[in-house]
Write a protein that binds this ligand. Structure first.
Ligand SMILES: [Zn+2]
Length: 302
């Protein structure tokens, strides 16, 4: 069996044990009963997403990101029902369009954060370039932005503005069809790791992505998400200066009206998660365990 499949199998077993112990139920009914869970997806299939939403509709209340942010600014949780869930997607993957009928079917309004210089083009996300290993990807997330781009150019025909034959991101027709059902917001222009950028690169990516999207779709953009969930105080200040009302991180946890709107926490969901794994991941325990395991592993690799 390939190592990747073995890891997935191990993760499924861990999720199953967590599920059998009733931890997801305990977390739902006790820890996050009066909190807001922000789910983070990337490129989930419609078949799997439909099953997840079917579960959520029965056990949670799905609200919009705007409702949560408004509650935080007004310091008023009366409009937030118990066990609230906000659904978000990062990057703007082309397959997200397939989910539109599910958003309509369940009358939910998720938020999709898109990279504004990748949508409506045939440019590829740098982390989805053919032949890039997991080890290389992790390395590239840690080095200065300029070095990351130099490295990518060396190993592939990657250029920020290189157009491939196939498309990875949503196009303008799809975005326009989704706009009445989806809150579309910026996730930078090209998905750099912001703390590895110079201050002016960082300002450019955060401000220009807002302008790009507002111009492209004739909408107002108030919400941002940090690529790879990486941010420092500098990024928070820039996001505020650029006029955003909120920013979602990938810090694992739940939100309340006391959460800083520029440090919204999330629960990342595996795009391929079956229902047991999904329920288990709603408790955040598998993600926390994986984070600990990764930290130990990378410390050893170093
Ligand atoms: Zn992203």
């Amino acid at each position: 069996m390939k190592p990747n499949r073995l890891i997935q199998l191990f993760k499924d077993v861990v999720a199953f044990v967590i599920y059998l112990l009733g931890i997801p139920w305990l977390v739902r009914e006790w820890i996050c009963k009066n909190k807001v869970t922000i789910l983070l997806y990337h490129d989930v299939s419609s078949k799997i997403f439909d099953k997840h939403i079917d579960h959520l509709i029965r056990h949670y209340n799905i609200i919009s990101l705007e409702s949560l942010v408004t509650a935080i600014y007004n310091q008023d949780s009366s409009e937030i029902p118990p066990k609230s869930v906000v659904i978000t997607f990062d990057d703007g993957h082309a397959n997200n369009f397939e989910l539109l009928s599910i958003f309509q079917k369940y009358s939910i309004r998720p938020t999709i954060y898109v990279c504004t210089q990748i949508i409506n083009t045939n440019r590829h996300f740098w982390f989805k370039i053919d032949g890039l290993s997991k080890k290389e990807k992790e390395h590239l997330k840690k080095i200065p932005n300029e070095q990351r781009i130099t490295y990518l150019k060396k190993i592939s025909n990657f250029e920020s503005f290189y157009e491939y034959n196939d498309r990875q991101a949503l196009n303008i027709d799809e975005l326009k069809q989704m706009i009445d059902y989806v809150d579309i917001q910026p996730h930078t222009q090209t998905h750099p790791i912001l703390p590895n950028c110079t201050k002016s690169e960082c300002q450019h990516e955060i401000l220009k992505s807002k302008i790009d999207l507002e111009t492209m779709l004739d909408i107002e953009c108030n919400h941002f998400s940090y690529p790879n969930g990486d941010y420092t105080e500098r990024e928070i200040e820039i996001v505020k200066e650029c006029g955003y009302r909120s920013a979602r991180t990938t810090d694992i946890g739940w939100n309340s009206i006391n959460t800083s709107p520029y440090r919204l926490k999330a629960i990342p969901i595996t795009d391929t998660a079956g229902n047991v794994r999904f329920c288990s991941e709603m408790s955040s325990i598998p993600q926390r365990l994986a984070k600990i395991a990764n930290t130990i592993l990378w410390r050893k690799v170093k």
